[in-house]
Write a protein that binds this ligand. Structure first.
Ligand code: IVH
Length: 668
């Protein structure tokens, strides 16, 4: 039995981890468990540390960041990164089109071939691929000299560390826009607020801040993405047009915006612009206009450049997402966890098509830092479907009559004690029976993304609370038709519907149930991870801190919130009452909390009593993981005849080794 050499193993692992990354991140179809993945990843990391010369430039370990830098080095762009001229209305596009035809000596009736693309509101970068490998990434800087952010860009999973295809070009330089999608942006800001850091005003600033981290491990934690939109120097490949570039570069694995489209003449440009305006709010990233480019590169060359922008392209901007209005009042609002946040009530104002009358001020420190007062004239910004925020006060408009709002000393809803948690900026009402907290947690529980109890919204929940028919979420499952019939304007049919909706919610996924409980720091994503890892609410309730921490992406803060939640007798009773009423959150098939929950098995050598696939099924059937390689996290190695290096490693690490028969014993 010959063992693989470290070099071979590094190559194997690089390929394997890259493949599993793709399955997990791109196809959403993982083939191995988190624990197995972690084991492969760690093995590769170990080998690379021991034999740095073996680390490949496309190693997936680069995706998690490396040692922090002292500063970024500078990169001179071989051709300057120009900016674009702006258009604000249809007439500007007509003028642009006329200019092009005049310059090229074409008749006014000619329909110019254009490519239209969303104008990404992010951070411009240049990526260089040499011999197929991603070798240098830089920011735009002043257009001539930017900063080397290669290590940070390697953590952006969209960017191929190696181009796909058999014969990649010798040199490929592309430019594109790095952005942070809206969902992680929102999550990121919430986390910053909880940590007492000022939130970012918009996703672009957050993306820029993330990309300019000297510590790439921080960048790795921000789910940045990229769309590439233009070539620069290339060797060994030629593009005939922008549309040709977009298609061919995509085949090499370079991401381009799927909304880019080839059109003909001004009228189609206008239609494209209108379509994007309409779709703007449905996108999960911010765009601030569309970019119109002459398609054939031959025409682009003939048109050439002015000093700072090309003649062949123009950015047609959308109306701004910002507007100016007056703060009519600042009102403290109590959330479901008792956190009290200042909310600005605004004179209604149209911000790119949406009437805005409220804006979050995030937290008190933020309000004080920006010095926002009742009566102030302010700039509000709306990013996608994110809650509008006050960007800044227009100080020149101050008259002297503006009044700041003091941090409340009592809960505005229940009059209860308010505390400032040390180390947190949050101001919190600790009243256990604070009606606002109860109302908000009930709303959250019944909401669409949680238990999805259709029809049971704020209106009915408030009536139920007022009539003292419910006090906590478990009471929902003990409501009767007679209870509902006490409401004004409630008919048989409506109460029937509500009861049915409540009944249907009893069978929701475990992940929704966990999310619905409103455990601090447990959002939808974490709830899913927990549901998969623990398989039942009882298992989660009884999980030790170590077990919680063994779940990928669960850190100490989340683990502590979960433990705290289940320490409360009150919370336990509420859950018990729900289960007693027939709430039985359904469980994702794979893991029914079995004998092997949380345990990792590795099978090695020649197996005679079962195949590897059967072994894997048996382990997973009992809630365990079957991993491919041995690490400190392995609990059992099952060794058949001629077991080699894995057996040795297990012995080194003190992992228990079983025979096939002993393993079968465990299952009896
Ligand atoms: S093409 C020669 N296409 O807008 C200029 N730019 O105002 C090549 N941008 O610096 C730029 N989306 O950062 C182009 N689809 C797109 C874009 C785009 C966003 C940014 C880019 C550029 C700025 C110019």
């Amino acid at each position: 039995m010959t063992d693989t050499s470290p070099a071979e193993r590094v190559e194997q692992l690089t390929a394997e981890v890259t493949r599993h990354n793709r399955l997990y991140y791109e196809l959403d179809a993982p083939e191995i468990t988190d624990a197995e993945y972690d084991a492969l990843f760690r093995e590769l990391l170990d080998l690379e540390e021991r034999f740095p010369e073996l680390a490949r430039p496309d190693s997936p370990t680069k995706r998690v960041g490396g040692r922090p830098l002292d500063k970024f080095s500078q990169v001179r762009h071989r051709t300057p990164m120009l900016s674009l001229e702006n258009a604000f209305e249809e007439g500007d596009i007509g003028d642009f089109d006329d200019r092009i035809k005049r310059f090229l000596g074409l008749p006014a009736t000619e329909a110019i071939p254009y490519v239209c693309e969303p104008k990404m509101d992010g951070v411009a970068v240049e990526l260089i691929f040499e011999g197929g490998f991603f070798s240098l990434g830089s920011t735009r800087g002043d257009g001539f000299v930017g900063e080397d952010v290669t290590e940070n860009l390697k953590t952006v999973r969209d960017i191929p560390l190696r181009l796909s295809g058999e014969t990649p070009p010798d040199l490929l330089t592309v430019r594109g826009e790095v952005y942070l999608p809206l969902a992680p942006f929102r999550k990121f800001n919430t986390e910053r607020e909880e940590a007492g850091e000022p939130p970012f005003a918009n996703p672009r600033n957050a993306a820029a801040g993330s990309l300019r981290q000297l510590d790439s491990r921080i960048t790795a934690k921000r789910p940045l993405h990229i769309f590439c939109y233009a070539p620069a120097e290339v060797e060994g490949i030629e593009f005939g047009s922008q549309s040709d570039f977009l298609t061919r570069v995509q085949l090499l694995g370079v991401p381009v915006n799927p909304l880019a489209r080839k059109v003909s003449g001004v009228s189609e440009v206008v239609a494209y612009y209108q379509e994007m305006m309409e779709r703007r709010d449905d996108l999960d990233y911010e765009i601030d206009g569309v970019v119109v480019k002459v398609d054939p590169f031959s025409m682009q060359r003939d048109l050439g450049e002015k000093s700072r922008s090309p003649r062949w392209a123009i950015a047609w901007k959308f109306p701004p997402r910002q507007a100016t209005t007056v703060v009519e009042d600042i009102v403290p609002q109590v959330g479901r966890t008792g956190v009290i946040t200042p909310v600005a009530h605004l004179a209604p104002v149209n911000v790119s098509g949406v009437i805005v009358s409220r804006a979050t001020l995030h937290n008190w420190e933020e309000m004080e830092r920006k010095d926002i007062r009742k009566g102030d004239t302010v700039v509000v910004e709306r990013a996608g479907d994110v809650i509008p925020a006050v960007v800044k006060v227009i100080l020149e408009k101050r008259t002297g009559g503006e009044t700041p709002l003091a941090i409340p000393e009592q809960c505005p809803e229940c009059g209860g004690t308010v505390v400032r948690v040390p180390g947190e900026v949050a101001v919190r009402c600790v009243g256990l029976s604070c009606p606002a907290q109860i109302r908000e947690s009930l709303k959250h529980f019944a909401s669409r993304r949680a238990m999805d109890i259709e029809g049971l919204g704020e209106k009915y929940l408030e009536q139920l609370l007022r009539l003292q028919l419910i006090r906590d979420v478990s009471d929902i499952y003990y409501l009767t038709r007679a209870d509902f019939m006490q409401f004004e304007r409630m008919g048989e049919k409506l109460s029937e519907n509500l009861l049915n909706a409540i009944e249907n919610s009893k069978k929701r996924d475990l992940s929704r149930f966990i999310f619905a409980l409103g455990i601090r720091n447990v959002g939808e994503h974490t709830a899913k991870l927990l549901a998969t890892a623990f398989g039942s609410i009882e298992h989660l309730e009884n999980a030790t801190t170590d077990e919680l921490l063994s779940v990928r992406e669960v850190g100490p803060q989340v683990a502590e919130s979960i433990s705290d939640f289940f320490k409360s007798e009150q919370n336990k009773k509420v859950i018990e009452r729900m289960l007693a009423a027939g709430v039985s959150p359904s469980v994702e098939e794979k893991r029914i909390g079995g004998r092997f929950t949380g345990k990792t098995f590795v099978f090695t050598g020649a197996l005679t009593r079962f195949t590897r696939d059967e072994a894997k099924k048996m382990v997973e059937g009992e809630g365990g993981h079957a991993a491919g390689s041995v690490s400190k996290k392995t609990d059992f190695v099952i060794a058949g005849a001629e077991a080699g290096s894995k057996l040795e490693k297990a012995q080194q690490l003190g992992v228990r080794v079983l025979t096939e028969d002993e393993f079968l014993e465990l299952l009896k």
